[in-house]
Design a protein around this ligand. Structure first.
Ligand SMILES: C[S@@+](CC[C@H](N)C(=O)[O-])C[C@H]1O[C@@H](n2cnc3c(N)ncnc32)[C@H](O)[C@@H]1O
Ligand SMILES: [Zn+2]
Length: 285
């Protein structure tokens, strides 16, 4: 049975975390731990906890939002939507997007499920970047939480029918805990040749492409592999697109727009750059 709402758990004491207000402005637990919404509507559950992780900056998040809005990675979003409508058990599922970024893929998947199942799924978006969660908080029926995926997730056991992880860390133990048995995990990773033509000219760090088996190993024995497909899509990038592509990734921590434009002037991109993704679908046993 699919319930109406998603039970969150307090990141300090693990008791239940309840929302007050509509839209919620406060999350609090019976022990008195309390988290106020940021004015953009997301909740930062990492307050007061040091993290060594460097969050994506506003400029990086802006670059990602604009690059994705131009539709360059729409074939991946469509594939995620197709798999979710085909594989997710009937009813209105609840979705967790782990490392959701701006929420672009979550919006596509939730929209596709809404179109086929008749109501918009409830969702939780988790990301360590506050600037990403500002944007994800705008999606309908989505609770956007700043959190570190390597810590125990701030949700009760068995709360989701769908988990999405698109180019984000994979915490298999926690993913299996928060999915219902029979729930589905959709995991996207870059293939080894993803953006190969652009890495040199844009000064991008080449992304450590996880092998198919290593994704399965990271998820662990609770996940049965159902499907795996490759998605290759030719990108025709303007200079502005290319700058956004460079700034939205880890290179955005090390280079600014002027650096990238200088590089592009010296070594322009070829007419076509290939994006190459793998999408793996798993069932929680
Ligand atoms: C390559 S981006 C992908 C974002 C989004 N899924 C997309 O494809 O547009 C990776 C995301 O993972 C987030 N991330 C990285 N490490 C994280 C961690 N330990 N906990 C939570 N989020 C993390 C980053 O902030 C970033 O938004
Ligand atoms: Zn608490």
């Amino acid at each position: 049975m699919i319930r109406e709402s998603i039970a969150l758990s307090c990141p300090v004491c693990a008791e239940s975390l309840e929302a007050a207000g509509s839209p919620a402005r406060v999350l609090s637990c019976p022990a008195g731990h309390r988290f106020d919404a940021a004015k953009q509507g997301y909740f930062n559950l990492l307050t007061g906890r040091g993290t060594t992780f460097r969050e994506d900056t506003p400029a990086m998040v802006e670059a990602r939002a604009r690059f994705l809005a131009a539709g360059h990675y729409a074939p991946l979003a469509d594939a995620l939507a197709e798999e979710s409508t085909a594989v997710v058990p009937g009813g209105i599922p609840r979705i967790l997007d782990a490392g959701a970024g701006t929420g672009y893929y979550l919006d596509t998947v939730a929209g596709a499920l809404e179109a086929t199942r008749g109501a918009r799924p409830e969702a939780v978006a988790l990301d360590i970047s506050r600037f990403a969660m500002r944007r994800a908080a705008k999606l309908p029926r989505t609770r956007a939480l700043v959190w570190d995926l390597w810590r125990p997730l701030p949700v009760a056991d068995a709360q989701f029918e769908v988990l999405m992880d698109v180019f984000a860390p994979r915490n298999g133990g926690e993913f299996s805990r928060v999915l219902v048995p029979g729930g589905v995990a959709l995991v996207a990773t870059p293939l080894p040749d993803h953006l190969a033509e652009a890495i040199g000219p844009l000064g991008m760090l080449s992304i450590g492409a996880g092998k198919e088996e290593s994704v399965a190993a990271a998820l662990g024995p609770a996940f049965e592999p159902l499907r795996s497909r490759e998605i290759r899509t030719p990108l025709r990038l303007s200079d502005d697109d290319a700058v956004r592509l460079a700034l939205m990734g880890p290179a955005g921590h090390h280079h600014d727009e002027a650096d990238i434009r200088r590089r592009l002037a010296g070594s322009p991109l070829p007419d076509v750059v290939t994006a190459a993704f793998r999408l793996q679908v798993f069932r929680r046993r």
